[in-house]
Design a protein around this ligand. Structure first.
Ligand code: NAD
Length: 281
């Protein structure tokens, strides 16, 4: 079984990106900038933002975190986004989710200029991705996609099953695999026989949030399994896949932690650099 080492692949990607930033600096005499807006003091968001900032600094991006208290007015945040939209030194704007209830998530997402939307959540980017045009792609599915391609460069004709249909994971993941000519099934909480769907799959991407939902007898021999789930349990953090038993059947599997997580952050940096390059065209 191939253990897909997301930590290692992400480190390699960051090194490539670091070199690219050096080249871009030499060519344009400026570097891509990423600004993250963080509202409130939820512990997981604080941790994610710190990891993003560290990674951005590591590859040499200009990086800034703007922090607001939980009670910040929506207008203050929208005005700041407008200001960043106009700032030519900023290539990527990310507003860390989730947001406090009084702030309209959709309004925030739609205020970010599509060209600077490094999370790939703006409807323009969602539409472009589903139309097969150039777009910003949400970081987690992009990271999953890059890991799948490392194991299997030719995905044409493969059967791929997404577990979960969120805008963050399942839907954009399906679009990326469709573009690679996979036959894609998106399953969700109302799917009648999830096990039967999974047993058909050459590739499974599990993004559900249920600890160890995917068992060994759900998995076809030699399937590639990507585990997006992050679930806190009494036994620590586990994914949506029963790692031990599935590792005996699968051809390749990502661990949790150390799989999709590090790739998500590296792909945010990749998206920021891509935005910068598009803006220079
Ligand atoms: P979500 O809650 O938005 O979506 C979950 C999806 O799972 C829904 O589409 C729902 O229909 C489906 N679902 C629920 N129960 C099901 C069942 N019994 N059978 C089949 N489908 C079912 O979640 P999300 O934001 O997509 O996140 C999913 C998981 O991925 C969470 O554990 C989250 O923490 C994790 N996550 C990890 C990363 C990372 O970087 N590693 C990034 C984002 C999310």
């Amino acid at each position: 079984m191939i253990l897909i080492d997301g930590k290692k692949i992400a480190a390699e990607l960051r090194e490539e990106l670091r070199q690219e930033v050096v080249e871009l600096k030499a060519k344009y005499n400026k570097i891509p900038g990423l600004t993250v807006i963080l509202i409130g003091d939820m512990a997981p968001s604080q941790i994610y933002v710190r990891m993003k900032e560290k990674a951005a600094n590591e590859v040499g991006l200009k990086s800034e975190v703007i922090r607001y208290p939980e009670a910040v007015e929506e207008k203050t945040v929208l005005d700041k986004i407008e200001e960043l939209n106009k700032d030519e030194s900023i290539s990527g704007i990310l507003v860390q989710l989730p947001l406090p209830k009084h702030i309209d998530k959709q309004k925030v997402i739609e205020t970010i200029l599509p060209g600077k939307d490094v999370d790939g959540f703006h409807p323009m980017n969602v539409g472009n991705l589903s139309s097969g045009y150039e777009s910003s792609v949400p970081c987690t599915p992009l990271g999953c996609y890059l890991m799948i391609k490392k194991v299997e460069p030719n995905l044409s004709g493969k059967k791929a099953v997404m577990i979960g249909r969120s805008n963050l994971n399942g839907k954009p993941m399906a679009q990326l695999l469709l573009k690679e000519n996979c036959t894609v099934t998106i399953t969700h909480s109302k799917t009648k026989d999830l096990k039967a769907e999974c047993l058909e799959a050459d590739i499974i991407v599990a993004a559900v949030g249920i600890p160890e939902l995917v068992k060994a007898d759900w998995v076809k021999k030699d399937a590639i399994i990507i585990d997006v789930g992050i679930n806190k349990t009494d036994n620590g953090i586990v994914g949506d896949v029963a790692f031990e038993e599935v590792s005996k059947v699968a051809r390749a599997l990502t661990p949790v932690p150390g799989g999709v997580g590090p790739m998500t952050i590296a792909c945010l940096l990749k998206n920021t650099i891509e935005s910068f390059k598009r803006s220079q065209k």
